[in-house]
Design a protein around this ligand. Sequence first.
Ligand SMILES: [Zn+2]
Length: 286
Amino acid sequence: MHGILSGLDKIGITGMSNMDIYGDPGKNGEEDSTGKLPGTWFSEAVEKDFLYDKSHSCPVCHNEFKTPTVRANKLRPMGADYDLRPRFEGIDPLKYEVVMCHECGYAALGNYFDKMTVAQAGLIREGITKHYKKFDATSTFTYDQAFLRYQLALGNAVIKRSKASEKAYLCLKMAWLLRGKKEAIDGGVLEYEPGKYADTIREIEVMQKELLGNAIEGFIKAKQSEAFPICGIDRTTLDYIIAAEAVNVEDYVLALQILNDLIKKPGISKEMEQRCHALMIRIKDT
Ligand SMILES: [Zn+2]
């Protein structure tokens, strides 16, 4: 993998691999591709019990379709990582958060899917649909299939000139998705190509770092130009997430700067204060 959008080449959307996602999308390149999809290298987990088919109408091409969606009432929370990535028993719901129209290639996180202006639909038809090579929908997603859907959602967000927060949120979730993939590999539930363990993990870690760097950049931009809650996240929580991800990309100066401000904030909850202190100890220990 080279670049957070490199997977889109496989479905015909080329020229985005090295794109600055917060810059001007400009013109999309044109090139043929093999149409080969990421391999399903592992036997799929029993996820179907958690899923149902939700109906959607595409705001770009008006195609009616169904997509596998997690039943929220079936989820059993198992706490969160120190950067607030939630964990659940039996399924990684992040895999199912992108809604995608297989007819035209439009994709977005579920909460954003229907929000579309006429101008944005035009940009997507021109920048995505024209190049997109159709592939079939499946009833469950592997990590690689899910990651491709996120790449497509991020590509769409760049093309339709979404706010920085939407792109940052996608990058954050993509990094979390890759963490889930790494855990699945290390936990023995996801196979990797024989002899390629070290390469696979290194690839995941490089990509994660790049995504988190982009998430931090986008959330900082969003804080300057958008109103809270940003992506449904309040200011304190978002600051904490930025600090935690800054630790993950080894930007300790930024992390400490945010944490020092956060702990002095009037009205901060005891729980958040404890999280901030724990993160500061983590920084000291590195
Ligand atoms: Zn469509």
